[in-house]
Ligand binder design. Structure first.
Ligand code: XBP
Ligand code: MG
Length: 235
């Protein structure tokens, strides 16, 4: 019996990846670096989850000659803290909408007595900024656990963050449904034993979603009808 929905954040609750990309670029400029991540490059870099891990991967693959002025980990941590600051301010200033159907699903799930949790690789402050400014401050309390970022040592595609969220909620995989948007997220959820529903977006449309129970382009609203890409919707 389904009791619990576990949500990914980036790309699933809202189309945040563009704001992440722009925040990385602004942080690089602020630090006097000429690094610029285009949407095409960012799509590649998204193969590595976690902002700090992504910056290090970029350095290893595209900037082999770069010599950090401090120890690499410290330098990357500083850049990433600046990026988080820019990202959370952007969230507070604008009102990024949730993806179509997300708020409806959350509200219907709450009304039906389902339990809600979050399992994401993003920094905790990014999650609360999104929930607070794109829904309401109160919405933070709708989720029994906000499992995020470095609370587990291995980020997605490792299943650790899902194990952590399920343990915190004392639920088993067979009573949960994961909602994800990416191949890394799907792998994390599947390896934790969860059925997974995928909503694709511009960055993840071409990912391999084998193993998902259902793949749709959106959860659907009257002005954004859902298209089923694979799987079969059930009642
Ligand atoms: C999202 C991510 C995150 C964000 C950046 O993956 O990979 O790294 O892009 O977040 P998922 P931070 O949706 O699978 O959780 O910069 O805060 O790490
Ligand atoms: Mg995601």
């Amino acid at each position: 019996r389904l009791t619990t929905l576990l949500f990914d954040v980036d790309g699933t609750l809202a189309d945040t990846e563009e704001i992440h990309r722009q925040s990385f670029n602004k942080a690089f400029r602020q630090a006097g670096l000429d690094w610029e991540w285009s949407p095409a490059l960012y799509a590649e870099l998204l193969a590595v989850t976690g902002g700090k891990e992504r910056i290090k991967h970029y350095l290893a693959t595209h900037r082999q000659d770069f010599e950090p002025p401090l120890k690499l980990d410290e330098y990357v941590a500083g850049l990433h803290a600046a990026k988080t600051d820019i990202y959370t301010r952007t969230m507070a200033a604008g009102d990024l909408p949730l993806r179509p159907g997300v708020l409806r699903l959350i509200e219907e799930a709450r009304a039906a007595g389902l339990r809600l949790g979050i399992a994401t690789t993003t920094t905790p402050a990014n999650v609360t900024a999104l929930l607070q400014h794109s829904i309401s401050h109160e919405a933070i309390g709708w989720f029994e656990v906000i499992a995020a970022g470095a609370v587990v040592p291995a980020k997605k595609p490792a299943p650790d963050i899902y194990h952590y969220a399920m343990q915190a909620m004392d639920v088993s995989p067979d009573e949960c449904l994961a909602l994800e948007d990416s191949a890394n997220g799907l792998r994390a959820a599947r390896d934790a034993g969860l059925e997974t529903l995928i909503t694709t977006n511009d960055y993840t449309r071409d990912h391999d979603f084998t193993g998902a129970v259902l793949v749709v382009d959106t959860l659907g609203e009257p002005d954004a009808p859902m298209t089923v890409l694979s799987g079969e919707p059930c009642d």
